[in-house]
Design a protein around this ligand. Sequence first.
Ligand SMILES: [Zn+2]
Length: 149
Amino acid sequence: MGPEPDVTGKLDEENILTLGKFKDILSKSGKPVKLLIMDQEKIGGVGNIYATDALWLAKVNPKTPANKLQRDKVTELYKAIHTVLKAGLKYGGASELAFVTPDGAEGEYQNHTLAYGQQGKLCSRCKKAKFEKYFLGGRGTYICPICQK
Ligand SMILES: [Zn+2]
């Protein structure tokens, strides 16, 4: 398993996904960026719901080849991944993920998603386009066609 975004403060230093490691991992792959950040061998802990929301938050098209992402976008995406994972922790995680509340309850994050599951709804940021859904690598992917050109 690859390094993980440190949102709990409990990871050993060598397992933490630093911005430097994130840049390095992205620069070495021409895969669609969404599939790369969900590849547990490369980066741990980013499930489909969080990947979808982080890409919307950073205004990145999920199909962009990872090594073609602009530098400032790489940094934005790195921050966005941490933002959505922290929101996930706050809501006790999403059911598809490893984050489970101490009492074992399924998380509530899926009720607070930014883009995931929002097809047909107006984008809350640009308020000009509706979310579209398609499948990428077999997983449901939701984008705002304006924000994530
Ligand atoms: Zn939008």
